[in-house]
Ligand binder design. Structure first.
Ligand code: GAR
Length: 197
């Protein structure tokens, strides 16, 4: 007997900047058997370049500026969460979302929130990952997609991709090489995650 087809998982992508990973996540949904659809792109920065990119791709967008909330990070997240609920979001993908999350939002999306980080975690959580890899003399760098937990960049890894560090690398050149790998890794890993749900 053939069961009814499983509807694609409803994913929201959270961004703060140019959103090239977000664009890769949307582009991957063009495949016939895509296990997820991007139903919302949301930014904490109303002027994030990625919002226009998402709109041009026909994906609904929202901005919840963090500044009016001052130090009340949870209130900002509650406003975001209300919009996620309105859109029937099932899984959240952080893609260059540069805000630290409170335990409230993390527990709300426990096991349903992914992040991409530009290092081979557990190496180099936090910022300036490429400069740190070059400074350490690493011959390999890369990126990690992981589940979000309370510890910053500490959740279980779902996928990793490595790239070489070249002899004359600059942080910017390495970042670009890693970013190209991110654009492959994130859609693949999110698709596998959604298939397995
Ligand atoms: C990506 O390299 C992503 O891994 C990184 O920000 C960049 C966003 O680029 N994320 C972090 O550093 C999170 N700690 P994008 O906006 O073009 O996708």
């Amino acid at each position: 007997m053939v069961g009814s087809p499983v509807p694609p998982t409803r994913v929201a992508v959270l961004i703060s900047g140019s959103g090239s990973n977000m664009a890769a996540l949307i582009d991957a949904t063009k495949a016939d058997d895509a296990p997820y659809e991007v139903v919302l792109v949301l930014s904490n920065k109303p002027d994030a370049g990625g919002l226009a990119v998402a709109e041009a791709k026909g994906v609904p967008t929202a901005a919840v500026d963090h500044r009016p909330f001052g130090k009340d990070r949870e209130a900002h997240e509650r406003a975001i969460d209300a919009i996620l609920m309105e859109h029937g979001v099932e899984v959240v993908a952080l893609a260059g979302y540069m805000r630290l999350l409170t335990p409230w939002l993390v527990s709300r999306w426990d096991g349903r929130m992914l992040n991409i980080h530009p290092s081979l975690l557990p190496k180099y959580p936090g910022l300036d990952t490429h400069a740190r890899a070059i400074e350490a003399g690493d011959t390999e760098a890369g990126c990690t997609v992981h589940l979000v937990t309370e510890g910053v960049d500490e959740g279980p890894a779902l996928g990793q991709a490595a790239v070489p560090v070249l002899a004359d690398d600059t942080p910017a050149a390495l970042a670009q090489r890693v970013l190209t790998a991110e654009h492959r890794l994130y859609p693949e890993t999110l698709a596998a995650f959604c298939r397995d749900r």
